[in-house]
Design a protein around this ligand. Structure first.
Ligand SMILES: [Fe+2]
Length: 249
């Protein structure tokens, strides 16, 4: 379907909700209480974690924002919050394994953290990073190179959400060609972030230009959307794409 067709789509087919336990691990969320724009307090965190477990996730790698203007989270702050959360999960007997990395904004503070080896990672030294939404940052190429030469594997968060690439899909393909792993937000497939985001998300699936799926869960509204997304034929296809890294973590 053309981008135009996808934006002005008519009747939609819905399937039986797919089973997210096939993914096993969620790799993008904001569940540590009070340190970013995700879970506000411990009760909030537990509600979201219980809901993710009900959706089938066995393991959660939560990724608080690290952003120089808004969320100056350090590894100490993130890991301290994680340890409180783990304690509570144990007390409440919730059956889930939770760990933390971060979602690094590619801003002025990011590159020094690469060479200082102070990035929080998951799996095989995967680093989740996001871009500012206004324009492609001039240091994108150098930051990727820096990460790779320091032994990190860059993972581009919600690659479908950047307006400056809505009409430049090749750019995402080129990044993947250079070794950047591509993460898609499951909720992009519902149209929640807009029709263009959804269209690019679907193209990532059409082209199998996809390595990781994430909930990017900040609040309960995102859980409700995940439930909607589970009925989308595109998500049914996405979870079957060979080589999805979620399944190996
Ligand atoms: Fe996020």
């Amino acid at each position: 379907m053309s981008l135009f067709g996808k934006i002005f789509r008519k009747k939609e087919i819905e399937l039986e909700p797919c089973d997210l336990s096939i993914l096993g691990t969620d790799v993008h969320s904001h569940l540590i209480p009070g340190i970013d724009d995700g879970a506000k307090n411990m009760d909030d965190s537990l509600i979201l974690i219980r809901a993710l477990v009900e959706l089938g996730y066995k393991k959660i790698i939560t990724t608080p924002h690290v952003m120089c203007d808004y969320y100056r989270n350090t590894p100490e702050i993130i890991l301290g919050g994680l340890s409180e959360l783990q304690k509570k999960i144990k007390e409440e007997n919730i059956e889930v394994e939770i760990s933390a990395a971060a979602e690094y904004n590619l801003d002025a503070d990011f590159e020094p953290k690469i060479s200082n080896n102070e990035l929080l990672t998951f799996g095989e030294k995967y680093v989740l990073f996001e871009l500012p939404f206004m324009q492609e940052p001039p240091n994108l190429g150098s930051a990727i190179f820096e990460m790779q030469t320091n032994g990190y594997i860059p993972v581009l968060a919600h690659a479908e959400r950047y307006p400056f690439w809505f009409h430049d899909f090749q750019k995402i393909m080129d990044l993947r060609e250079r070794g950047v792993k591509i993460q898609l937000n499951i909720n992009s497939l519902t149209g929640y972030y807009g029709p263009e985001v959804r269209a690019v998300g679907e193209r990532l699936i059409d082209e199998s230009c996809l390595d990781l799926l994430g909930s990017d869960c900040h609040h309960y509204g995102h859980i409700e959307l995940l439930n909607q997304a589970r009925k989308k034929p595109y998500l049914h296809r996405a979870i079957e794409i060979p080589g999805l890294i979620n399944k190996e973590l």
